[in-house]
Design a protein around this ligand. Structure first.
Ligand code: F3S
Length: 387
């Protein structure tokens, strides 16, 4: 792998042991994946932030590092809302350990914003190279924004944040971004909600696996695209998809899809995922809600009281920019929490059946929370949660 002279000096330890180790890690990853060089990145998003995920040894490893991020970098969601963990029912021992993880990342110069939607806080531009970790954020960055990132593991993303570069392979290269399978959705003329796009992604992810799909027959807005990509990254391993006439690369590049394998998905296959099993909690915001989603939830909850625990997950920066909307939602008794989500917070393990409006949460809640999951539209969630 070809390194610039400055990178060679970092590798020789001239800028400290931590940066030497981080450069060594990037070079090792580059060799494994056949990268010819490193590429400069605009930002990093680092996973491995929840104490539930990294545990004691992860925290010890972070505590012995000594360097500062050289590009803007944020964290993935953690196990609790930092300012409201007691109210959420998080145990003090867990909270203290989680605070220690956050403090360790803070010392490394990582911005303490814990979200899977960093693009709502500081959006990359088309063509930017990134080192992001969380699968839905990776999918959104690649597919909706047209930026370029592989799905980084936590240590690889942290190393990229501290060095400012990442190995140039996979989705950083134009030739690897072409569609590999055509997914024709037979839903023309029908309005698909965000939850329907999540269900479509849940279904399609199983069919396409790790191939790059090219969708026809749908016209999702950015919230629909977010739901679609998040679910496909969960049930498949999709880090990039295209939608005819909608996503930027599909519009700018005009891919030839004639020779691709074709898969058809019907509205009925999507609808079948919607059930009416009884639930004991509602959780929305997977991925974290946009300002538009918050406004929709506020309108639906206006003048109502929730009768089930009702959680809404969102980035702190989005809460700060939408204080009145959040206050209006919380008048109903629903809780709007930052920093965490229904999958990474240990609190959700207390429920037996959780209703979500996300294909990704539908897939992850059973394994991560030990609860049955049910998908519904946000209107269904409010109806069930306020009945
Ligand atoms: Fe985000 Fe948690 Fe869903 S990290 S994508 S809200 S599982």
């Amino acid at each position: 792998m070809e390194l610039e002279p400055g990178d060679e000096r970092i590798l020789a330890g001239e800028s400290g042991e931590t940066r030497r180790q981080m450069m060594e890690l990037l070079v090792a990853l580059g060799k494994v994946f056949g990268a010819e060089r490193l590429v400069r990145i605009k930002s990093a998003q680092v996973s491995g932030a929840s104490y539930k995920t990294i545990g004691k040894y992860g925290l010890e490893w972070l505590n012995q590092l000594d360097a500062k991020a050289v590009v803007p970098a944020v964290l993935n969601p953690i196990g609790m809302p930092r300012g409201r963990w007691e109210e959420m029912g998080i145990d003090r021992d867990f909270a203290e350990k989680q605070q220690a993880v956050i403090a360790a990342y803070g010392r490394l110069g990582i911005r303490l914003e814990c979200t899977c939607t960093p693009y709502y806080l500081n959006s990359p531009a088309f063509g930017d190279h990134l080192a992001w970790s969380e699968s839905s954020a990776v999918s959104y960055a690649n597919s909706v924004i047209g930026a370029r990132t592989n799905r980084e593991g936590g240590p690889g993303a942290l190393a990229a944040a501290l060095i400012g570069k990442t190995p140039c392979y996979g989705l950083h290269l134009t030739e690897n971004r072409k569609p590999k399978v055509l997914v024709q959705v037979e839903a023309r003329g029908t309005d698909l909600s965000i939850a329907h796009y999540g269900a479509l992604g849940y279904h399609a992810g199983k069919l396409v696996g790790n191939r790059i799909p090219y969708f026809t027959g749908i016209r999702p807005d950015p919230d629909g695209l977010k739901a679609l990509g998040a679910a496909m990254a969960a049930t498949g391993a999709v880090a990039l998809y295209h939608v005819e006439g909608v996503t930027l690369e599909a519009v700018k590049t005009g891919f030839d899809t004639n020779r691709l394998e074709k898969i058809t998905v019907t509205k009925e296959e999507i609808r079948r995922l919607f059930t009416d099993i009884p639930v004991d909690a509602i959780a929305v915001g997977c991925p974290h809600c946009s300002a538009n989603e918050l406004a929709r939830i506020a309108a639906l909850l206006e003048g109502k009281r929730v009768t089930l625990p009702f959680y809404i997950f969102v980035a702190q920066g989005v809460i700060d920019a939408n204080r009145a909307t959040v206050a209006s939602i919380e008048k109903s008794g629903a809780k709007v929490y930052a920093d965490t989500c229904m999958v990474v917070s240990p609190v959700m393990e207390r429920y037996k059946a959780i209703m979500v409006n996300s294909g990704k949460a539908l897939a992850y809640v059973p394994d991560m929370c030990g609860a049955v999951s049910r998908i519904g539209t946000i209107e269904d969630c409010v109806r069930v949660g306020t009945a």
